[in-house]
Write a protein that binds this ligand. Structure first.
Ligand code: CA
Length: 502
């Protein structure tokens, strides 16, 4: 009898010990896209284990490593179908966010944020403009972003060694810039006895557009800007643009702009040989290191935006908010838990955990806040970025405080970051991030390709002089741009702008 009892007890114990496994099967599902190239394998990446320790929330992880498979997965989601509880590294376009929210797949997180995502909510209170960027026209918040005040920027980097060699001061206006470029072109600042200097290296109108600021205005890649009264303006056909293109043509005629600027891509322009003679006066990019070997890059300093009639402005390439990084579905079994998990990434500790791993394991911090990797650079690339951190590849939800970027021990990186902080203070988006309706999106997709292809080509021809810029040619250009639908596009951008929450 006693033996039977023991057996029963053993069976009961076995049953009980199975319980955690049974519960484990009920784990919430976190799905997302992290491409193969990052080397991330979510089920073997320490980030997720450490997040369990920090937040007490664990997930069954469902990683998609193929972009097309992930896109198809998202497009197939229906409110009554099988859904993950939440999506991380979601790479949701604004159209996907809106469509999934409208079909009831993504839920409005707004009512939960204050209570269940206090770190995120505090940031939104401090920066209402960030909240506005992620808020749908009906007031809902369907996806959480990455917030990084030092988002990738297209800055101007000027060769300070040349400035010193020619005893020139840093230019502060368009006129002074032209003077400096002339000196670069004619006075052999690299000292090799040849006129091989390229005063401004650039790639297409895309780079040159960043010089519009020298005349007190900026525009986005759709050729529009928002004025002080909230009116969207077509800058492609504006008098300002005509004056700007005329100025560029003068620079071109004087040989101050890279002759290959309209024909070669940026990779073929980059100097990779550290022993090469420096030939570039000004380069564009997020850092001089994109175009120059590190030995040379140290000579290049950020050229602060030029001033025009007292106005100093610069176009922010991406703003401070990258949308669509995280969302919660209508199938979510525990919204507060999911938000507690993601909220950790909006704290400084969470930023470090996602990007640098764990203090004492992957990185260490000095008392002044400076942090450094404990492993060699090779180890960081080969192992830490793959297996201990998650920020590589698709954007993560979270907040990257400026202090994080500024406190990395590398001197060259610190110099670049410090410069970018000053630039960020002056920069703003020419047109904010909006949510277009499906109909608006379709119309833009219909009109824009032909319009931009025509306009970019015509403007490049005005710069090079292949088309002389006269009243007649300008009128023909503006007429064609309007004919291709610019006014309708401006209306769409205006409607989308007006639909933003106040
Ligand atoms: Ca030279």
């Amino acid at each position: 009898m006693r033996k039977v009892y023991v057996l029963l007890l053993a069976a009961l114990m076995a049953l009980l010990s199975c319980l955690p496994f049974a519960l484990a099967e009920e784990q919430m599902v976190l799905a997302g896209y992290d491409p193969q190239e990052t080397g991330h394998d979510w089920n073997n990446n320490l980030f997720f284990d450490r997040m369990v320790e920090k937040t007490g929330v664990s997930f069954e992880l469902r990683q998609f490593a193929d972009a097309e498979a992930w896109r198809l997965e998202k497009s197939g989601w229906q409110a009554d179908g099988e859904l993950p509880d939440a999506v991380f590294k979601a790479q949701l376009s604004s159209q996907e966010t809106l469509a999934l929210y409208e079909r009831g797949v993504l839920i409005d997180l707004k009512p939960y944020l204050q209570e269940h995502a206090p770190a995120f909510w505090a940031l939104m209170q401090e920066h209402p403009e960030w909240l506005r960027d992620i808020t749908l026209p009906d007031g809902a918040v369907a996806a959480l972003p990455l917030i990084d005040p030092l988002m990738s920027q297209n800055a101007m980097w000027i060769n300070t060694r040349w400035l010193r060699a020619l005893q020139l001061s840093t230019p502060t206006t368009a006129e002074e810039l032209a003077e400096v470029l002339r000196a670069f072109a004619t006075k052999d600042p690299n000292g090799n006895g040849r006129a091989d200097e390229v005063p401004i290296a650039f790639t297409g109108l895309w780079d040159l557009r960043f010089l519009q600021h020298a005349f007190g205005w900026i525009s986005n890649d759709y050729g529009v800007t928002v004025d002080g009264e909230g009116r969207v303006r077509d800058m492609l056909t504006s008098d300002e643009n005509r004056a700007f293109l005329t100025w560029l043509h003068d620079l071109w005629t004087e040989g101050l702009l890279d002759r290959t600027g309209f024909t070669l891509g940026s990779t073929s322009r980059a100097i990779t040989d550290s022993k090469a003679t420096p030939t570039y006066g000004i380069v564009f990019g997020p850092s001089p290191m994109n175009m120059l070997p590190s030995e040379m890059a140290g000579d290049y300093a950020l050229l602060m935006p030029l001033t025009s009639e007292g106005t100093q402005v610069y176009r922010s390439l991406l703003g401070e908010v990258r949308r669509g990084a995280f969302a919660v579905t209508s199938a979510c079994r525990d919204i507060p838990a999911v938000l507690r998990w993601v909220d950790y990434l909006y704290t400084e500790d969470g930023c470090f955990l996602a990007r640098s791993g764990l203090q004492g394991h992957e990185y260490e911090r000095l008392s002044d806040g400076t942090w450094y990797w404990l492993d060699s650079p090779e180890m960081v690339v080969d192992t830490v970025m793959k297996d201990m951190t998650i920020s590589d590849g698709t954007i993560i939800p979270g907040y990257t405080p400026v202090s994080y970027s500024l406190s990395f021990e590398d001197e060259a990186a610190k110099r670049v970051m410090t410069s970018l902080v000053s630039l960020a203070e002056i920069s703003r988006e020419a047109y904010p991030q909006v949510f277009l309706t499906a109909a608006q999106q379709a119309r833009v997709a219909e009109l824009w390709p032909a319009l931009t292809s025509y306009a970019e080509n015509a403007m490049a021809c005005f710069v090079t002089g292949d088309i002389a810029l006269t009243d007649e040619s300008w009128n023909a250009y503006t007429a064609r741009v309007r004919e291709l639908g610019m006014e309708e596009l401006v209306d769409i951008w205006q409607q989308a702008y007006d639909a933003r929450p106040q």
